[in-house]
Design a protein around this ligand. Structure first.
Ligand SMILES: Cc1ncc(COP(=O)(O)O)c(C=O)c1O
Length: 437
């Protein structure tokens, strides 16, 4: 079914899984409560079917009253960001927000250093991770422009592409993904590992390109090429850039800073530093601008997993200039190189680190983004303990766990811990619960 409007196919009950997953810093409001405070004046603007039948409008009103998940809301920025331009007119509720913040008992921290973790990996299920915050603004724009499909671009295990595919399907938009892979795999079925399984289950159209083609033509021209093809077929595509990192998407993490401000306000709790992975730049642009403008004033440390810091200082500058922020990226964020062997490539030491942290704290990091950022942070704490001594650090876990499934072969030797149970078959059966057990 294709429509130039959009309809709520599955009014979703707003789950509070993210709120119960960890010890919260403050009693967390459910996503339903957050929506009602942040986006109060939304009565007439819920996502509705293109049909104006009273049953569809009453079901979209019910969806809004049930919690507002997937509803379109007028957007009002925090007062400290109200001078930025342009201000998005609307956002769509896609994430399970607020995500919890809790203490992270990492081993071997410098004296007096505390690390806390913001669980953006719990921002939803198929929509999990940092991308959902950007998509709340980008998908609202796609819908407002009357798009009937979205195009986006990424690596073969792009979390952003998976989140976009799911968000698009929720909104009854088709999704076209341009995925970059190796020259030897570009003409083959890409398989079902990790993010690909979700993308293919929700019916995204996958267009493979080789790394060489990607490097030669670039993501913008590739998306334009596909856009022209779809326009010629009578479609109305909306292009979302790599990682959702444009100035509009940057609002997602400006909003996340409002969320952190609200979560910490009552306790008077202050973070000195915020640490996060950087892949396409939008997350750090929003976080660092939000931190510098809000009452938080935490120092933002970004660990780049692909390009060099200079590239990202420039890229972030472009994003914040696009919001007329009038600040220099060098003054609001510190960017370190944590790329190691290269994007999506890991040393044995990095993978061992991911395993060690999971075993010590229960937090599963993805090896491509948060794993490298946490590894870089702890290495820096080890090398420069004086810099971090006594500081209260908030690490933002940006998700990406489906990408772990692409690393199972490399991780197999690290995980261990299984054995065949010794069974004495002569022991008589005792019935357990239910007929099957
Ligand atoms: C799981 C995960 N973490 C972090 C990032 C980096 O965020 P950004 O692209 O906004 O720099 C990405 C995407 O690039 C990601 O998929």
């Amino acid at each position: 079914m294709r429509s130039s409007g959009y309809c709520l196919l599955r009014p979703a009950i707003c789950g509070a899984a993210s709120c119960s997953a960890a010890v919260p810093l403050l009693p967390l409001r459910s996503p339903c409560q957050r929506r009602s405070s942040r986006r109060r004046n939304s009565r007439s603007l819920s996502v509705s079917s293109s049909s104006s039948s009273s049953s569809s409008s009453s079901s979209s009103m019910a969806a809004r009253d049930i919690g507002g998940f997937l509803s379109k809301q007028p957007y009002h920025p925090p007062s400290w960001a109200s001078h930025l331009r342009p201000i998005p007119s609307h956002s769509l509720s896609l994430g399970h927000l607020p995500t919890p913040i809790h203490k992270w008992n990492l081993p071997n921290l410098p004296e007096g250093t505390e690390v806390w973790i913001k669980r953006d990996d719990l921002s939803g299920m198929q929509l999990s991770g940092n991308k959902v915050r950007k998509l709340e603004f980008l998908m609202a724009d796609a819908v407002a422009q009357g798009a009937d499909c979205v195009i986006t671009v990424g690596g073969i295990q792009s979390n952003h592409c998976r989140a976009t595919a799911v968000a698009a399907r929720y909104l009854n938009l088709d999704c076209y993904l341009i995925l970059r892979t190796s020259k030897v795999l570009v003409d083959k079925d890409p398989g079902l590992v990790g993010n690909l399984l979700v993308e293919r289950l929700v019916g995204a159209h996958i267009e493979l390109v080789s790394k060489e083609e990607y490097a030669k033509i670039g993501s913008v021209a590739l998306a334009d090429m596909l856009k022209r093809r779809l326009v010629n077929e009578g479609r109305k595509p909306y292009v979302i850039p790599v990682g959702g990192s444009n100035s509009l998407g940057t609002w997602g993490y400006i909003e996340a800073m409002r969320e952190i401000e609200q979560q910490t306000r009552l306790s008077g709790f202050q973070f000195d530093d915020i640490v996060v992975a950087c892949g396409s730049g939008g997350t750090i642009a929003g976080l660092s601008l939000g931190s510098s403008l809000s009452s938080l004033k935490a120092k933002v440390h970004a660990f780049s997993v692909c390009d060099d810091p200079d590239y990202f200082y420039d890229y972030v500058q472009g994003l914040i200039d696009g919001l007329q922020a009038g600040v220099d990226s060098h003054d609001i964020v510190d960017i370190e190189n944590a790329k190691g062997l290269g994007y999506a490539m890991n040393t044995a030491e990095e993978l061992e680190f991911v395993k060690k942290i999971a075993a010590a704290t229960g937090i599963v990091l993805d090896p491509v983004y948060s794993g490298k950022a946490a590894y870089g942070m702890l290495k820096d704490m080890d090398n420069n303990p004086a810099k971090w001594k006594g500081r209260r650090v908030l690490f933002v876990h940006t998700g990406g766990l489906l990408g772990l499934y692409d690393k199972t072969e490399q991780m197999a030797s690290l995980v261990g811990n299984w054995r065949r149970m010794e069974v004495d078959e002569s022991v008589p059966r005792k019935d357990g619960t239910g007929k099957m057990f």
